[in-house]
Design a protein around this ligand. Structure first.
Ligand SMILES: *Cc1c(COP(=O)(O)O)cnc(C)c1O
Length: 398
């Protein structure tokens, strides 16, 4: 392929654009992972990552994609045949369920239409009916990346408590960590699953389990087989800044830089920036006369927006046009919504002008591909970006 000048626009909802500062941080020597320099790095990232999950408890770092951390959450806490209650928010919730089934767990789905976040009342009702406490864990995806719907995790916790049910709460925050407010301790989550390549602005290759005391306790009697994922191997090594096997040293350099950058901006500012970009994107979609897949305004995601294609035109042809003409990648519709939607990622290392460029590429693509729409989406987004302070945009989004 011939040279394409300028930056590629990687506007899929992960992997996201990796900032130069992270790339430069990773461009260092791969050092002895049992030596003193590594120990200082290990201690720094293992404590720093807790501030991103908003937890005082240990966070395990795996050299794996997010899927590995999904598996780790389950195999460390559960036993063969255990029943897990999961919520069908979309494609990623469905994949986590499939993974659980392959691990010899029983699963039950609370069905969803892929246009809403999880309903805490439905979870509460199911748990209240489970008087024998056969359900051992409740699994919810915080930001469902296939739909752009956010689930109210604090309310899920309240529903579990109101039902007086001892199930563990496990949450996938792979595409919300570092972009949408998430509080592991305050919301009483037992295991939070995270990944490096979305809000954390790193390349793929790291994933996380944030733990609670209850989760660590459950791991002591859990009987699913585990070795590579075993927390009891990780925790004692991590206490000294080390890992039981070779860590992804250069990705940890990147993580160190990313944590520093998130705190330089301030987590609250990071979250407000994403909400504001979500609001501006939805303003563009509305001006185009198109619909956002997520129908509940209070569930709208700050990290991505899924847009429904009008009429008969396929979303994949539109994405292909935009890639070829403007060198921009947009997210595809996955499984149930394949070719019916496209997803605009607006998370990670991203600013107002990048969003205007992104939406300009989409609007030109709609025109070239002959998709029925109104002009003026970019204009509407600019109106939001130019006028709203972060606080106002957040209110408008609610
Ligand atoms: C990206 C993503 C995953 C999958 O993570 P991999 O790194 O591809 O294994 C799982 N859940 C959610 C919500 C995601 O966004």
């Amino acid at each position: 392929m011939s040279y394409r000048p300028g930056r590629h626009f990687l506007q899929i909802p992960g992997p996201t654009n990796v900032p130069d500062r992270v790339l430069r941080a990773m461009d260092g020597p791969t050092i002895d992972h049992r030596g003193p320099d590594f120990q200082a790095l290990g201690k720094r990232v293992l404590s720093g990552i807790r501030t991103i999950f908003q937890t005082k408890h240990p966070v395990i770092i795996y050299p794996a994609s997010g899927t590995g951390a999904w598996e780790a959450a389950l195999v460390n806490t559960l036993s063969p045949g255990d029943l897990v209650l999961m919520y069908e928010t979309g494609h990623f919730a469905s994949l986590w369920k499939k993974l659980a089934e392959r691990l010899d767990l029983k699963t039950e789905f609370i069905g969803g239409d892929w246009r809403h976040g999880a309903d805490p009342a439905a979870i509460g009702e199911r748990l209240a009916a489970d008087t024998a406490h056969t359900i051992k864990a409740v699994c919810v995806v915080h930001n469902e990346t296939s739909t752009g719907c956010v689930s109210p995790i604090a309310d899920v916790r309240k529903a579990i408590d109101a039902a007086n049910h001892p199930a563990l709460l496990m949450v996938d925050t792979i595409s919300s960590l570092g972009s949408i407010d998430y509080r592991h301790d305050e919301w009483g989550v037992d295991v939070t699953v995270g990944g490096s390549q979305k809000g954390l602005m790193l390349p793929p290759g790291l994933s996380f389990n944030a733990l609670s005391e209850k989760a660590i306790e459950a791991s002591k009697s859990s009987r699913l087989p585990k070795s590579y994922w075993a927390w009891d191997e990780m925790l004692p090594a991590n206490a000294n800044g080390f890992f039981p096997y070779t860590p992804a040293t250069n990705l940890l350099y990147g993580l160190d830089a990313a944590i520093e950058m998130l705190h330089e901006e301030g987590l609250d500012n990071v979250f407000a920036r994403h909400q504001r970009h979500g609001a501006a994107t939805r303003a563009a979609v509305a001006a185009w006369g198109l619909d956002v897949l997520c129908v509940e305004p209070k569930h709208h995601s700050g990290s991505l927006t899924a847009v429904l294609m009008p009429g008969e035109k396929g979303a994949d042809a539109l994405r292909k046009t935009i890639l070829e003409r403007f060198d921009m990648s947009l997210g595809a519709g996955l499984s149930k919504v394949a070719d019916k939607i496209f997803r605009i990622g607006h998370l990670g290392d991203f600013n107002d002008l990048m969003l205007v460029g992104t939406l300009g590429g989409v609007e030109m693509g709609l025109r070239i591909a002959g998709v029925r729409h109104e002009a003026g989406g970019v204009e509407a987004a600019m109106e939001v970006l130019a006028s709203a302070t972060e606080g106002q945009a957040q209110q408008a989004a609610e």
